[in-house]
Design a protein around this ligand. Structure first.
Ligand code: IPM
Ligand code: MG
Length: 352
């Protein structure tokens, strides 16, 4: 089969890690007789520098016209230290989410035996933890209107809104994931305070009646933050709104000790985007030391979810596992010799 893949390397280490995922996909294509047609486009700070827009129209059109999008990272310290900057790389990310209708962010959190000692948690707490955060991605306080400042500049406001349709759409996905997994869905909200959370809870309680075999529980977000580090093993699928999901998924990602290994998918109405969950790691940019595994595993998610190539996705996960067993890994997880980003990519492509 032929597949059109939009490739958005972005900023920082983005280009280096994306390159390794591309190598692996080409190797998978050879092995399984698929043709991946990659087309690169700009996003983030590099797009601002080149054309003044962090998510240019051309990039948008390419994504719409592709079977899936593989994305590196965005962000540049020169913007972080300048809160007054008129255009920011993050706006490119939000524009991408909104325009492509990326309503669900899926972040699987699983542990790797060989990395357990890197976890900030005790091994007995975290070993075997395996859950998915399903985060709503195009609603809530990230996009609600009105937002801004009062005329005298002395007051600022953001608005959190959700419609029943937005909640139902993401909840459906949450139930589907739970059905495929351990049949346990944890809905995280702040229904003791927020009207939007009460609409979430009401909607979920109604929907749950249609999923009798799925155990649904509801917890407040502050409690969830606590339980994720206390009992990470009790979770299966965590379903939550945009900002709670932003915070909890970062918390969840570090407990495995393997931030450089965690992939993610942003499921869209038009097309879906696959990206590592770590950021652009500017300190490492251009040094050929960044861990490419999260991006390679994101490519595996892409094969599975967008292209329905389950066996091919598994082949990628297997080769990643073998590279770790063989110690062909970058400095962040190396016990002995550390390999370069490109060497890890070559090894993966050669052994898939
Ligand atoms: C994420 C990031 C983004 C977010 C930032 C970079 C805008 O933290 O993808 O989780 O807040 O959604
Ligand atoms: Mg985040």
């Amino acid at each position: 089969m032929n597949y059109k893949i939009a490739v958005l390397p972005g900023d920082g280490i983005g280009p280096e890690i994306i390159e390794q995922a591309r190598k692996v996909l080409i190797a998978v294509g050879k092995k399984y007789n698929h043709q991946f047609k990659f087309t690169d486009a700009l996003v983030g700070a590099c797009a601002i520098d080149a054309v003044g827009d962090p998510f240019p129209e051309e990039t948008f059109r390419l994504c719409m016209d592709s079977d899936a999008v593989l994305f590196g990272a965005i962000g540049d310290p020169k913007y972080d230290n300048d809160p007054g900057a008129k255009v920011r790389p993050e706006q490119g990310l939000l524009a991408m989410r909104k325009k492509l209708g990326l309503y669900a962010n899926i972040r699987p959190v699983s542990t790797f035996k060989s990395l357990l000692h890197k976890s900030p948690l005790r091994t007995d707490l975290v070993e075997g933890a395996d859950f998915v955060v399903v985060r709503e991605l195009t609603g809530g306080i990230y996009f609600g209107e009105p937002r801004g400042r009062s005329e005298d500049q002395k007051k600022a406001y953001d608005t959190c809104t959700y419609t029943r349709e937005e909640i139902e759409r993401i909840a459906l996905l949450g139930f589907e994931y739970a059905a495929k997994r351990k049949k346990k869905l944890t809905v995280v909200d702040k229904a003791n305070i927020l009207a939007t959370s009460r609409l979430w809870r009401e909607t979920l309680q109604e929907m749950a009646k249609g999923y009798k075999d799925i155990e649904v529980d509801y917890i407040f977000v502050d409690n969830a933050a606590m339980q994720i580090i206390q009992w990470p093993k009790k979770f299966d699928v965590i379903l939550t709104e945009n900002m709670f999901g932003d915070i909890l998924s970062d918390e969840a990602s570090v407990i495995t000790g393997s931030l450089g290994l965690l992939p993610s998918a942003s499921i869209g109405i038009h097309t879906s985007v696959y990206e590592p969950i770590h950021g652009s790691y500017p300190q490492a940019a251009g040094k050929n030391i960044a861990n490419p595994l999260a991006t390679v595993l994101s490519a595996a998610m892409m094969l599975e979810i967008s292209l329905n190539l389950t066996g091919e996705a598994k082949a990628i996960r297997d080769v990643v596992e073998r590279s770790m067993q063989a110690g062909i890994v970058t400095t962040d997880i190396a016990e002995g010799k550390a390999y370069k980003t490109s060497e890890v990519g070559d090894w993966l492509a050669g052994n898939v």
